[in-house]
Design a protein around this ligand. Sequence first.
Ligand SMILES: NC(=O)c1ccc[n+]([C@@H]2O[C@H](COP(=O)([O-])OP(=O)(O)OC[C@H]3O[C@@H](n4cnc5c(N)ncnc54)[C@H](OP(=O)(O)O)[C@@H]3O)[C@@H](O)[C@H]2O)c1
Length: 287
Amino acid sequence: MILITGAAGNLGNAVIENLLKQISPQKIAGLYRDANKARAFTKEGINVRVGDYSDKSSIEKAMVNVDKLLLITSNDENALTGHKNVIDAAKAAGVKHIYYTGGALNKNVKQSKLGLLTDAYITTENYIIDSGLTYTIFQNGLYSEIIPFFIGYDAINTGINFPAGEGKATFAKRTEMAEAIARSILSEGHNNKIYLTTGLPTYSFADIAQMLSELSNKTVSYYSPGPKEFEAQLREYGVAEGDIWFSSLFAAIIKNNEYDITASDLEQLLGRKPTDLKTYLKETFIN
Ligand SMILES: NC(=O)c1ccc[n+]([C@@H]2O[C@H](COP(=O)([O-])OP(=O)(O)OC[C@H]3O[C@@H](n4cnc5c(N)ncnc54)[C@H](OP(=O)(O)O)[C@@H]3O)[C@@H](O)[C@H]2O)c1
């Protein structure tokens, strides 16, 4: 049995969809915090397990008969404690292989802005490696799908207002990362490997504005406000505090070039070139 955590989320859901193309639903289980979110897949016949990383006993129950586990990172405040609960429970239950989705981080950065994400990503990876479990870690670049969240779907008309300065980052489609993860779970040769699942090359938001200009034949401006100015703007628009925190954190991380890293691992795992960023922007902002 393969257990996918974060099964109601974008990545987990997409991994399950990819697995379902190749194996029977009876071999797949999804971990949900809320059983109601599992409805669509219950119809397909996958096993539904209800649990929260922070609730040890729910996680222990979820591990029954699990051979392979995909732990999808959480980025809440207590992410590390929750991740450790899942890893410990997997070990105790005799799970044979753990797969983890971390972040593609540029280790040359001196003063990291990752904050809480340091634990969610780096400390968790080290905990998995030290656990003795067979592992595969996917250090995911930024999702291309996150760009409209940061700049709005109408960016061609509004211009880009995002405090990422001239920082560069790697972007790849989350759906293709999910496909690569599912392929790896179902194939051999990934024991104790760490993959940088990223797009190539890296781009700044000025580059993204330039690409949108070329695609739309309009001049798309890019303005990088100060962090306080940005937060005040979002508050004025009524954006939820959690989303303000998330956008501001990622802008600071990108400005600091912490996702300025690439490799060809995603291409190798997919067996084809990942969708390039300009094509993604065209699909999303033009069509
Ligand atoms: N690389 C990037 O660009 C990027 C961007 C954003 C986030 N991320 C990270 O990548 C992860 C996956 O991305 P995504 O797009 O699939 O995010 P998502 O749609 O927010 O899904 C995250 C999933 O994790 C589950 N989850 C979170 N905390 C949990 C806990 N304590 N116990 C059990 N389940 C928990 C959520 O459960 P519920 O459905 O119950 O909420 C949700 O299903 C995110 O969680 C985040 O850490 C990466």
